[in-house]
Each structure stands twice: as C-alpha cells, then as structure tokens.
Design a protein around this ligand. Sequence first.
Ligand code: CTP
Length: 445
Amino acid sequence: MTKVITYGTYDLFHEGHYRLLQRAKQLGDYLIVGITTEEYDRTRGKLNVIDSLMTRIENVKKTGFADEIIIEEAAGQKFRDIQKYKIDIFTVGSDWTGQFDYLKDYCQVIYLERTKNISSTMLRTQNKRIQRIGVIGTGRIAERFIPEAKLVSGVSTQGVYNPHHESAARFAKKWEINAYRNSEEFYAAVDAVYVASPHETHYGYVKSALEHGKHVFCEKPMVLKMAQAEELFSYAKAQNLILMEGIKTAYCPGFANLLGIACSGIVGNIRNIETCFTKLEDLESRELTNIKYGGSFTELGSYVMLPILKLFGKDYEQLQFHSINDKNGIDLFTKASFQYPNGIATATCGLGVKSEGRLLIAGTKGYIVSEAPWWKTTYFEVHYEDPGKVEKFSDRFLGEGLRYEISDFLSMINGSNKNDFKLTRGESVTMAGIMETFLKEHRNL
Ligand code: CTP
C-alpha cells in the first residue's frame, strides 16, 4: 500500500484545494491530510485565517479524498509524521517547490502544479473589502505600524495625518503613502484609523474619527479619564463601529497561552501578581519632559496593569501609588499596589530606574514566572513546591507584535470575531480610571 501525506490550512475551501487533494489521492492508496491549527498558523505569520479548524476539517472530509485527517501543530512535525505513519510520498503544491526537499531522505517528495488564479488569500480579500487604514501621528510607534500592517492581508495603509505638515510629508515620503494636512480629506480617504499621536491628543482624535464613521484602533493609553473611555466606547457601540485600545501584550499568542494556563488552576488559586516593566529613557525625551502627561505610569502602566486586571478583575478594593519623581514631578519609577478580596498585586514601571522586568503569578499550588520582555511573551515557566518539577512553555512573537493587534482589529471590523475578550471595553475603561486617579494624585490634573 502506498501512503501519501499532504498538509495545508484549507481556509475558505476552494477549487485549488480540491484539485490538490484529488491528485494527492491518485498518487497512492491511502491519503493522510494534515490540517494546521490556528495557533500554528499564527506562529508562522499566517494571520486572518477565517474558517475555524472544525470547519476546515469538515471541508476536507467532504471531498472524500482523505482517508485520515491529522492536525499539524508545530514546525518539525512533518518530519516526525513521515516516520510515524510510514509515508511513501509527501506532496504539496508547487508554491512550495524546493522547500521540502529535506524530506527526500525519508520519502518521495512531489510538488503538484498549483491551480492558477485562486488562493485563500485572494478569497479573503475578495470577500472582505480591503480596509484602508489612516495613521494619525508620525512618531516611533507610527513608524512601526506600516511594515507590520503590510503583513496582514486585508489592510492597506492609505495615508498619514499630522497637523504639522512637514512631519506628515517626511513620514509619507519614507513609507510611500499619502500625507494629509486637512483632516476632512484624510477621513474621506480611509475606512479605519490608527491613532499613534501623543497621549493627551488621543481623546480628540478618537472622537473625531468615530464621528466621521471610522473604526478606531488607538495606542495605549487610549485616554486618561474614565468618563472619556466610557463615552467613546458607548458612542462607538451606538454607531456600530469598532474601537480598540492597542496594548500589544493583550493580543500576542504567548500571553494568551499564559493567561489560559494561569486560569486553568494549575498553580491553584492565584493570590499574588507582580509585574514590572522598565525602559530607561533619555531625560530629554518626550516621555520625560511632558510635565502634564509624561512619566513612567502613563507610558508603561497599561502593560503592567494588564495581567492584574485580566486575572484579578476590575473590582479591586484598594489602590495605592508610590513614585520616585524628578524635579518637575514626573515619575521616574512607580509602583501601584492593588488589594483585592482574595489577593494582592503590584504593578511596577520605570523610565528612569532600571529593574528586573518580570511577571510573577503566585498561587496556592505554585507560581508562573515570565522574564522580560514578558510583555512580548515568548517563554514562561510553572514552578511548584518541588523545585525539581518545572514546566516550560514557549511561543513565538513575530516582529513588533503590532501585526497581532492589526489582525484582531480587522477580524472585528469584518465581523469574523466580534468578541473583545482579549482586552475588554470594561478593562480599558478601568485602566483609564486608574490613570485618572494617578494623574489626580500626582499632578493635580
Ligand atoms: N494549493 C493549490 N492551488 C492553489 C492553492 C493551494 O494547489 N491555487 C495547494 C497548496 O499548494 C497546498 C494546499 O493546496 O499544497 C493547501 O494550501 P493552503 O495554504 O491551505 O491554500 P492557499 O490558497 O495557498 O492559502 P493561502 O492563500 O492562505 O496561502
């Protein structure tokens, strides 16, 4: 019996997939089809897969060509499967020509001609109109957005708006996009907006973008007042628009995995959470010279609060801040201490004091630890009373991570995922409230 194996995502099942499976089956007597999990696709940079794994399995099953379906979860699995299933022929489409030649020592490798003019990527963009995104702001974060957005199918960066025309023109030239000085022209040219301007301008831009009927993805901290966050979210909801706060950690696959493990009860009941993120900044930087809105907590507080709100929730009983300030009253280092009914937490951040960046989640049976940069989670460990028993988890975090946020933003716009569970409106509102309290106590704002 000749055993054949092939792999794919099979998203939005199309004729190219059908013809590939038909010919793969004809190569032998028994066909095994490996179908990728969403997590694996995300780690290899294939974002925006629309059909669920179950739907993709069902679609392959319906063809009647597969004698067996397996799940492909990780790189390196093909090599193991070929030996495990005693495969004679490995086959994939000609778009992969040469890439699996390393398997030739173990089985025959056949690249079948790819069906022309059809692909899942093409269908994904045809089904959904490309979302033209406009960027507001021309700083460092805005710079990171453009190359990351290029990796997400279904979006294009249309242009940039900055009232300072020279900055807009320089940015637009560098990235070969349009520069807009006039906000009306800018809004008319885009479907959605990415706000990456200074913190204190977010509220005004988010509001005007929503009023122009645009979906908004706004850098953290979205706003610095609870009432403003509530107002913007309820306005967006009433207008059926997506409003999303961009805290990259919330959207990265490794962090989602870490939360899942933490919530599984593996470390018992969680009683203490400690988060720390420090990043030394130049004393002349915007972050350390903006007397009203600069400082460590407004800059990094969103990251360090996130795991605490995710795991302990929004209903803390007490919150106290301790800061080390510079001569202008800007916090170089801040510790926020939370008291919850059944636990305590500290969120530490610094732009002028360096410390060990770490996320620690301590429970009644063990603890989870992830070292810096845990906010781009790629690795964490679970420890127990027995020091010899350590479980290790790793994940990939590609590029700047903005691609994960953009991909989720797009899924929400397209309606394939309306759920904001990765960072809920309530969590964003609570964070805005905490920022407000901090600024009131420390800056009298
Ligand atoms: N395939 C094919 N002809 C096409 C599209 C895909 O023969 N027009 C083959 C691929 O070469 C692969 C299998 O079908 O062996 C599954 O491919 P998959 O990556 O799921 O499909 P694509 O349409 O290429 O998906 P995407 O656009 O997301 O890369």
